[in-house]
Structures are given as C-alpha cells and as structure tokens.
Design a protein around this ligand. Sequence first.
Ligand code: NDP
Length: 451
Amino acid sequence: MRYTLINPATEEPMETIEHHTVESTDAAIAKAKVAQAKWAALAPADRAKALRDFAAAVDADIENLAKLEVRNSGHPISQARWEATHVRNVLEYYSAAPERLFGKQIPVPGGIDMTFNEPLGVVGVITPWNYPMTIASWGFAPALAAGNAVVLKPAEWTPLTSIRLGELALQSGLPEGLLQVLPGRGSVVGDRLITNPDVRKVVFTGSTAVGKQIMRGAADQIKRVTLELGGKSANVIFADADVAKAAATAPYSVFENAGQDCCARSRLLVQRSVFDEFMEHFEKAVKGVKVGDPTLEETEVGPLVHKVHHDNVSSFLDGANVLFRGSAPEGKGYWFAPTVVQASGLDDRCFTEEIFGPVVTVHAFDDEAEAVQIVNSSEYGLSGSIWTRDIGRGIRVARAVESGNLSVNSHSSVRYWTPFGGFKQSGLGRELGPDAPLHFTEEKNVFIPAD
Ligand code: NDP
C-alpha cells in the first residue's frame, strides 16, 4: 500500500510512501535480531563510538532534517532546527551510556553476588506525529546504547524525518538492521510490534486510547512497555506571581507547535484577585503570536498537521464561550488561530479533554487548596506550571500536583538530562534522564559460592 503525504501549510501532495506489511515487518524484526546479537557483543567503547558517529551524522544534516519537518509537519523552521539539534544532543548524551552500564556487587553470605544489565533484544518504538524526530530519539538512543536493536514505526502522517534518521544511522556506520524505520499503519506495523514475540519491549508515544490497547496486547507475552500518553496540563497563576511575565509567556506554554504538544498547558487557572489583570496582559500576548508560513524565520506557530486533525480541533469550538483569538493566515493550509475559551464549569469538554490544538481554557480559583483540587481533577497527569513568588508555595504545590513534570515560574517540560513521563492516564514508565538505558535492560543476578 502506498500513502501520499500532504504539506499542511499548502495542502499540496508530496512524497508517496510505501507502507510495510505484516510480512515485511516480521522480516525486519528477524533482521534486527541478528544485528542485535552482534551489536551487544561489541566492546562498550565501540558501541559508544558508533553512537557518537551517528550523532555527528545528524549534526551535519540538521538543516536538511529541519526542512523536511517544515514540509511534512508544518513546524516553523526555527523550532524544527531545535528539534534536529535535540536529536543530536540525545544521541551524544546516551553515547556515554555503553561504558557506564554498571552492575552491582551485593554483600551475601557464602560467596559473591553480582548483577548485570542485559539488553532486552529487539525494541519496537511507535511514535506520534506531533514531534516525530525528537520522540523517536528518546526511544532509539537509550535503547541502542543499552545494546538493543530498534524497529521504529513513525506516524503515518509524518514519517519523513524518521526515514532520514534511519538513512543517517546507516551512513554513519551503525550495522545494517540495527535501527530500521518502517513506515506503515498503526493497525498493521504497530500491531505486529506488539504481537511478534521477538520484540521484547515496545515504547509507545501517542493517545491514551491507543496506549490502553497496546498495554492489553502486551499482556499476552508479558511484553515490557513504556507508555507516553495524553495530557491536559495546567498553568496555575497565583496572585503573588509576576503576573505580567506569567501572561507574556503563557501563550508559548500552550500554543507552541500549534498546541500539538502532550505537555501543552491547556488549562489556565488564574487566582480570582488577579484574573482581570492577567487576562488584559494575556490578550495582548495571544494577539502577538506569529502564526504563519513555517518556512519563515520569524514564524512562531505553523498550521495543524492534517485536515482530519483540523476538523477535530475545530469541533471543540462548537458552543464554546470564546473570549478572544489571535490571528492566522487564510486560504490554503490547516490554519487555526490561537483561541482562548472561558470554561463553563469544571466539566466543560474544553476543560477536561485533550484538544491537541491551539485552544486554552481559562478558569478562576480562590485559594491554593482549590487550585490543587482542580488541577488534580483530571484523569491525566503529564506536566504543568506554577507561577508564584513564594518559593515555599511553589514547592508545596509542585509536590501536591499529580503530574510527572512540573516547573515553577517556567513552562519548561523536556530536558534530556531529567526523567520524563506521566502520572495516572498520562502514561507508564519514564524516558530520558540518566536511567533511561536501564529501562532497556533486564537486571540479571548471578551468585558464585566462595568454596
Ligand atoms: P495515536 O495514538 O493515534 O498514534 C500514535 C502512534 O500509534 C502512531 O504511529 C499510530 O499509527 C500508532 N498506532 C495507532 N493504532 C495502533 C495500534 N492499534 N497498534 C499499534 N500502533 C498504533 O496518537 P497521535 O499520533 O494522534 O498522537 C497524539 C497523541 O499523542 C496525543 O494524545 C498526545 O498527547 C500524545 N503524545 C504523548 C506524548 C508523551 O510523551 N506523553 C508526546 C507526544 C504525544 P498511525 O499513524 O498509522 O495511526
């Protein structure tokens, strides 16, 4: 089956991609199994060097990768460059891991006891369309570093940068079969990564609905999973915050990547005593967001990824109390102006469901306890921000919020040095940070008697 990609900024057809079948997925997994055995047998220093060479190949291709993402996903060029650079950084960071996969020596009576972190074998990585190359790298870099092979299935709408990363891996000297990119349908290639017993772990990033299916499917073989799922994160502004600064940055905490961001702070909670002051600054900031041609350096937000997604995001505005909107181009392209909605109540669909577009829903609260209670009323728990000048409150609220990634007076979510992942229905397991390669190993315990 062949699939024609559409440029979301122009609606013009682009490359036609050959989709993999169940049979070709099985063949790729078999090839990965052979490559993995050889890769795991290499000296750790040689695996480290191979990953550094892969990082260097990505570094030399940053501009090309960025331009591919602009065409395929509509990401603004400056953002896409950051994404390609992030992939290089992630590879460089995990290239240190092969030589630092330390086991333990445990005191036991009658002998010695040692642990070894053994690679799992073949790992399947299934990625969504919102940040195709960065999310792929969070899976493949630590998995390869720990001695595994990877079969990567990119999202149907946005496979181009993943395909290019596969080519760069080969060109840089990674063994053939070690990192394979298989464009195809979730229900075909993605599903086969779950059902083929030679795949020992699946790293899935995507919707909570599909994540649940993956978890059920993985149960049949007790297959390891990491699930990075949806979010409905909150940006909480207390009255003692720098209100002007919080309002100036709030658009970028939710509208970046056109709101197609699992960490988007799409619930905006403002303490009632500063609500009007905040909204006055916020309106100016929202209207200042530069939405437009993603090829231009000054563009901050591009189009939505696909017509189907545009229709879905638009449906949330039916009956919604829209307070104000920013601007977006008219004509061809899946444009959507940044939109601010007043929640009709805590059960308002715009306040509870992940819209995954540039729509933020605002709500006022009276005190700290109410703010925490509202934030935690969501079934999701991925990220969030707290704005306050009281550092004690910042820490207290951050500890009380049931989310995996919080920031105080900032909307930073993802740093490859620190663990990333969700509470509740936002996921299972952690990616990134120094321990990520360990999540692609099994800990083996070996006892040797002294006599
Ligand atoms: P989907 O869940 O629809 O798809 C994600 C990936 O899974 C795609 O590659 C898809 O393939 C594949 N897939 C679909 N069905 C199956 C199946 N039955 N078996 C195996 N694979 C399958 O998510 P979206 O692509 O729409 O991405 C948006 C979602 O991702 C949002 O909910 C967002 O919050 C979440 N996300 C979470 C992140 C996190 O780190 N927590 C980060 C980024 C996004 P195909 O393309 O063919 O449908």
